[in-house]
Design a protein around this ligand. Structure first.
Ligand SMILES: Cc1ncc(COP(=O)(O)O)c(C=O)c1O
Length: 371
């Protein structure tokens, strides 16, 4: 049977269309005023004046290393993440050192991080898995004690908070994704959030090939000023106005999306309470985006096949990175990560999922377990 309920679906509609149309009408669809508008609005949303709009979180993670001047050494990271988190470590000639995850939230385990610190360690990578912030107090303490950078991978966490502080503003930099299935979905997009004016100005140059004035800034005067300088080798990582225009609409709906996902989580959790499945925990001191609904399930692969038969799309977030060929040289024993990798399944959870669809998914899961 073909999939009728996809595992992910971006919640975009007429307002995003209208925003795109307005962008077409201005004739400016590259890096320009909408990008600046989005950066300002997103900055107000999370509480930072230093938001650099990019084309992805992958670019943000890569730039994070450049901004923090990390060019070698070890970075302690999680294996239970999208590969971009760890690719950024390799892009920057560093060595990933995998630490295990906590069983309840699947975020990096600070105790294992502590065990993995060596004189070569330069940074800790904290992924806010499914929007649930990692244990930032413990990680911040470790980073301070050992003089390490703390990089927040906030790809799932636009709108998350840890003890009242926005995700992305706790460590040394925050790296956000606005990819199609994220809480704020642009298609492709991201942001790097830095801490100082100097880092901000450098990141603004690095995202645009190292050029010191954007094309939009140069076009703002009465005549197009062609002069610019390139002070440092940069990258083509900037956000575009088309994506930013969609993002501005999505940003207005971010809290509504978060609450819609929270409700779906609650309904699933109640419906599965008597089944041999364990949902992710949500700690009292966090605000999460509830981006993915993940359960640890007995007979995971059979459950996925049974749901596929019922037209229900599912997925696994994530296949442990240390088992991929490219990461085999860095492989190590990660019992919790591997246990999770063998049992987790992501069920559909998005604002446009209807009650009927969710009831169908719940019935299919319950039937699978003979209930
Ligand atoms: C945890 C995590 N980090 C980084 C990324 C990369 O984000 P992007 O697709 O915007 O490059 C993703 C994307 O799904 C992710 O889930």
């Amino acid at each position: 049977m073909t999939t009728q309920i996809p595992v992910f679906k971006p919640a975009v509609g007429d307002e995003e269309w209208q925003a795109l149309r307005e962008c077409f009408e201005t004739g400016w669809i590259g890096l320009g005023p909408k990008t600046g508008e989005f950066e300002k609005a997103f900055g107000e949303y999370i509480g930072s004046p230093y938001v650099v709009g990019l084309n992805s979180a992958t670019s943000a993670l890569d730039l994070a290393f450049k901004i923090l001047n990390i060019e070698s050494g070890e970075v302690i990271t999680t294996s239970l993440t999208f590969v971009s988190t760890n690719h950024a470590i390799l892009y920057n000639d560093c060595t990933p050192v995998f630490a295990d995850v906590q069983p309840d939230t699947l975020t990096i385990d600070p105790d294992d991080v502590r065990r993995k610190i060596t004189p070569r360690t330069r940074a800790i990578m904290a992924v806010h898995y499914a929007g649930h912030p990692a244990e930032m107090d413990a990680l911040t303490t470790l980073a301070r004690e050992h003089n390490l950078a703390l990089i927040e991978d906030c790809a799932h966490a636009a709108g998350s908070q840890y003890r009242g502080q926005s995700a992305g503003l706790i460590g040394d930099v925050g790296c956000f994704s606005f990819h199609a299935v994220k809480n704020i979905a642009m298609g492709e997009g991201g942001a790097l959030v830095v801490r100082t004016q100097e880092q901000y100005e450098r990141a603004m140059r690095l995202r645009w090939c190292g050029i010191n004035r954007s094309t939009w800034e140069r076009a703002k005067g009465r005549s197009y000023a062609w002069q610019y300088d390139v002070q440092e080798l940069g990258y083509k990582y900037h956000l575009s106005d088309l994506s930013a225009a969609i993002g501005l609409v999505q940003l207005r709906k971010a809290e509504q999306h978060r609450l819609a996902r929270e409700r779906i989580w609650q309904v699933y959790n109640q419906a599965f309470a008597d089944l041999p499945v364990v949902p992710l925990a949500v700690h009292d001191d966090v605000k999460t985006t509830y981006l993915f609904y993940v359960i640890r399930a007995e007979q995971r692969d059979n459950l996925m096949a049974a749901l596929a038969e019922q037209g229900i799309g599912t997925s696994v977030h994530y296949y442990p990175n240390h088992l991929f060929e490219v990461y085999r040289p860095y492989t190590t024993s990660l019992p919790e990560t591997e246990r999770a990798g063998d049992s987790i399944i992501t069920l559909p959870c998005y604002p446009t999922l209807t009650d009927e669809q969710q009831a169908h998914i719940i019935a299919a899961v319950r039937t699978f377990y003979g209930k």
